[in-house]
Design a protein around this ligand. Structure first.
Ligand code: QAP
Ligand code: CO
Length: 174
C-alpha cells in the first residue's frame, strides 16, 4: 500500500471518519503502511484521514526519556472514545498535514481512552503528558478538526497568510 500525507488546505482533512466494523487484512495493511510513513516523515502521531482514509484509525509513537522512538511503544487505536478529560496543559503542537507550522495549543492534561486494537479487542488507556496531548490531537482529526482551528482568530489569520506564502514558495522552487 503506497500512502502519502494529505496536506492542508486539502478538503479531505475535513471529512468525518467512520467506525471500523471489520478487523480484517485491509485494516492491518492500512496500519502496517501508516507506521513507516509516520516514521519517515518524523511524526509521533498519524490519523488515517491524513493519508486520505476516512476511518476511525490512528497511530501514536511517543519518544521515550532518551528521545528515542521505538516500535515497542507503538499504539494503534481503532474506534477511540475519550472520557474523563480533565486538567489543563499547553504544548507547542505541529501536524504532518500542516508542515513547518507550530503553535501553542491548550488541551486537557489527563484523559481515559477506550478503543479497539487491530484485532477488535477492547482496550482502555489512561494518559497524561505528551501521550494525552497526542491522543486529543489525533482524535480531533477523526472529527475533521485541525489544531489550527483552535487558534485565536487573529493568530489564525496570521497563519493563513504565512502558510499561503510558504505554499507559493514551495511551488516556485519546484
Ligand atoms: C501530533 O504531530 C502531535 O510540521 C503529531 O515539518 C503534535 O507528529 C502530538 C511534524 C504535538 C502531540 C503534540 C510536523 C513533522 C510532525 C511538521 C506530528 C514537520 C515534520 C508532527
Ligand atoms: Co495532525
Amino acid at each position: 500500500m503506497n500512502l502519502c500525507i494529505v496536506e492542508y488546505p486539502d478538503k479531505r482533512l475535513r471529512n468525518k471518519s467512520v467506525k471500523i466494523e471489520k478487523f480484517d487484512a485491509n485494516l492491518h495493511e492500512l496500519l502496517d503502511a501508516m507506521y513507516p510513513l509516520m516514521i519517515q516523515t518524523n511524526g509521533i502521531g498519524l490519523a488515517a484521514i491524513q493519508v486520505g482514509v476516512a476511518k476511525e484509525v490512528l497511530i501514536l509513537n511517543i519518544p521515550d526519556e532518551d528521545g528515542e522512538q521505538s516500535k515497542e511503544n507503538l499504539i494503534e487505536m481503532v474506534n477511540p472514545v475519550l472520557t474523563n478529560q480533565r486538567g489543563e496543559t499547553t504544548y507547542q503542537e505541529g501536524c504532518l498535514s500542516v508542515p513547518s507550522f507550530y503553535e501553542d495549543i491548550d488541551r486537557f492534561e489527563f484523559l481515559t481512552v477506550n478503543y479497539q486494537d487491530r484485532d477488535g479487542n477492547t482496550q482502555t488507556l489512561e494518559a497524561d503528558g505528551l501521550l494525552s496531548i497526542a491522543i486529543q490531537h489525533e482524535y480531533d482529526h477523526l472529527q475533521g478538526v485541525l489544531f489550527i482551528d483552535k487558534l485565536t482568530s487573529s493568530r489564525r489569520r496570521k497563519f493563513e497568510k504565512e502558510y499561503k506564502k510558504m505554499l507559493k514558495e514551495k511551488k516556485t522552487s519546484k
